[in-house]
Design a protein around this ligand. Structure first.
Ligand code: NAD
Length: 300
């Protein structure tokens, strides 16, 4: 078997087109366009490039955006004060603090200072808690994007065995929550693996759906999966490649060529999950502008 490709680039284009139409309708109804404020601390080139992709997507769908650039020497108090100003600004619908932060800043503390009603990344404890309780929430963008891929390609999740490799707060854990919840879209029997898991293959070999978000190139090889598995490779890794002008190439966490021979569906890297993450950020920003998740009457 050679797996069918899950084309995240294409599905993300469709979602952005949908968001663009919804933004146009929202503006025609007399509202100002949604507005996203990105906060960048320091000038890490990787972060700058991710922010570029996000702000370009905003421009494409009609969402206003601006990046607040702060020095990497900023104190936690100053950063929190800057975020509080954005919380209080009625012209800002969504706030995104680009991670990772410099090591002297606690991402937990900084994320908690964002008004959860503007937390379009879905990382605030209020939104993660509501996700765990199956309540309407800003779902974190990468897992939400993966669910859009399942929906687009009619890949069933319910009652299947889903294995998530990676348990971070931004990908693995919310993915596992969404897969496992009984009352929402998931309904899968879910196993979570991480760096302390003994004998990873014992778990991955049994997966009907395998989501890998470990940040380890070639972690998953053909002998670790069963025939017909659906493979979602979230990893984005730079590996040295002297045949490329820039000296590296981007790969996922799976040995793509061998795994695709056994899988029924697989996401390529790049062009799989990555574009979906940005598209879902657009969706969340529109939801924030419309106050769809937290209507005024339940706001604090
Ligand atoms: P992280 O470093 O915060 O977490 C990695 C997780 O993988 C941890 O839970 C760790 O225990 C687990 N892990 C590491 N080595 C392992 C091993 N050998 N066996 C089993 N588990 C192992 O990383 P993250 O922020 O969750 O990101 C994971 C990957 O996904 C990275 O490559 C990142 O660049 C990528 N990513 C992609 C997108 C996207 O939109 N495509 C979004 C976010 C992150």
């Amino acid at each position: 078997m050679s797996a069918k490709l899950i084309d995240g680039q294409r599905v993300a284009e469709l979602i952005r087109a949908e968001v663009r139409e919804d933004v146009e309708a929202w503006v025609e109804d007399g509202h100002r366009p949604p507005f996203l404020k990105v906060v960048q601390v320091g000038s890490d080139p990787g972060s700058t490039s991710y922010i570029g992709a996000k702000t370009r997507a905003c421009a494409e769908v009609g969402i206003g955006s601006e990046t607040l650039r702060l020095p990497d020497t900023i104190s936690a108090d100053e950063l929190v004060r800057a975020i509080r100003r954005l919380n209080a600004d009625d012209g800002v619908d969504g706030i995104l603090v680009q991670l990772p932060l410099p090591s002297h800043l606690s991402s937990h503390h900084v994320i908690e200072s964002i008004d959860y009603r503007k937390d379009v990344d879905g990382f605030h404890p209020m939104n993660v808690g509501r996700l765990a309780l199956d309540q309407p929430t800003f779902r974190s963008c990468t897992p939400a994007g993966i669910f859009e891929l399942f929906r687009h390609y009619s890949i069933p999740v319910k009652s299947r065995h889903a294995v998530v490799v990676g348990a971070s707060n931004i990908v693995g854990s919310p993915m596992a929550i969404m897969l496992s919840r009984e009352n929402s879209t998931g309904k899968a029997t879910t196993t979570i693996c991480h760096k302390f898991t003994k004998d990873l293959t014992r778990h991955t070999i049994d997966a009907d759906i395998l989501v890998v978000a470990a940040g380890q190139p070639n972690l998953i090889k053909a002998e670790m999966v069963k025939e017909g598995v659906v493979v979602i490779d979230v990893g984005i890794n730079r590996v040295a490649d002297e045949t490329r002008e820039r000296g590296y190439r981007i790969t996922g966490d799976c040995d793509f060529e061998s795994v695709r021979e056994k899988a029924s569906w697989i996401t390529p890297v790049p062009g799989g999950v990555g574009p979906m993450t940005v598209a879902m950020l657009m969706k969340n920003t529109l939801l924030a502008a419309k106050k769809s998740i937290y209507p005024a009457e339940i706001s604090t």
